[in-house]
Write a protein that binds this ligand. Structure first.
Ligand code: HEC
Ligand code: HEC
Length: 243
């Protein structure tokens, strides 16, 4: 009797053991398939975004797809709502977020705002000395004769943006910056009223736009920098996005 039950116990034990041995191995393989820890997590939800924006929102080698990592969450959320509501146009973005509720958009915005990946390789546009000087002047001092404030007054001394609604301009590619400023000028991109960027874009000539986009692309982004805290006093114009 005793030896028999001992054998049975041993059998059960080894059965349990091999089951236990199998479990971690199985768990490991199922972990290896998705790169994120939980299926129902922000990481999992943004998998549809990373082919164009990079795994952590750092951008890709594509000359147009923008870096979204580290921009203020309020700014990213406003853009996602604008794409969903059709006030900002880019068909793939419009389709992707068309049916997503506010809470979902907010979660994705917070996810990318919290990422601080390294900057992807920069495009180094060739600028004439005159364009480089004009770009430098507009970004750091503005042009009082045209009623143009310095970009850094709102976008931050290190171009990382300002909480809660102003994006960083560091690491954006020239084609993207030219595209956005031109859209504001022609009335295709809108922000909450008063739309300060519309006032600014309206005062920029096409030459100004390419000078500023080229100059921005040539700046080395500050590593690990964050958007500045909100500072309404320093802002030269009121912006609806900062409310
Ligand atoms: C097919 C490529 C593609 C996919 C997939 C994609 N995006 Fe975009 N996204 C773009 C492009 C291109 C723009 C710039 C559009 C424009 O010209 O206004 C953009 C703009 C944005 C912006 C505004 C950026 C800014 O600085 O103003 C946010 C935020 C954003 N995308 C988030 C997401 C999220 C979140 C997902 C996943 C749900 C996603 N994107 C999926 C290509 C893509
Ligand atoms: C008075 C404040 C203010 C000033 C000055 C300002 N901006 Fe902006 N900018 C904003 C705000 C607010 C937004 C976000 C608007 C929105 O919600 O879409 C923005 C957005 C942008 C964007 C879109 C970035 C993206 O990721 O899509 C670009 C490009 C830009 N600004 C360029 C400039 C340039 C270049 C200058 C200087 C010539 C400038 N801005 C000066 C407030 C300002």
């Amino acid at each position: 009797m005793i030896p028999n039950s001992f054998v049975n116990l041993a059998k059960t034990c080894s059965a349990i053991f091999s089951l236990c041995m199998l479990l971690p191995a199985h768990a490991q393989t199922s972990h290896a398939v998705p790169a994120f820890k939980k299926l129902d997590s922000a990481e999992a939800r943004v998998q549809g975004c990373v082919t164009c924006h990079g795994q952590q929102g750092q951008g890709t080698n594509n000359g147009y797809f923008p870096r979204i990592a580290g921009k203020p969450a309020g700014y990213l959320y406003n853009q996602l709502k604008a794409f969903r509501n059709g006030t900002r146009h880019y068909p793939p973005m419009n389709y992707l977020v068309a049916y997503l509720p506010d809470a979902y958009l907010k979660e994705m915005a917070e996810h990318f705002a919290a990422q601080k990946p390294a900057y992807s390789a920069q495009e180094r546009p060739v600028l004439s000395a005159a364009a480089a000087a004009r770009g430098h002047m507009l970004v750091t001092a503005g042009d009082p004769k045209k009623g143009l404030p310095a970009c850094i007054a709102c976008h931050g001394a290190n171009l990382m943006g300002m909480e809660p609604g102003i994006p960083g301009l560091a690491g954006l590619r020239p084609a993207y910056v030219v595209g956005q400023l031109t859209r504001w000028k022609v009335g295709e991109r809108h922000a909450a009223e008063p739309d300060c960027m519309k006032r600014i874009a309206n005062r920029l000539t096409d030459e100004d736009i390419s000078a500023v986009a080229g100059y921005l692309a040539l700046q080395t982004p500050a590593a690990n920098a964050s958007p500045e805290p909100s500072n309404l006093v320093r802002m030269p114009f009121a912006c609806g996005s900062q409310r």
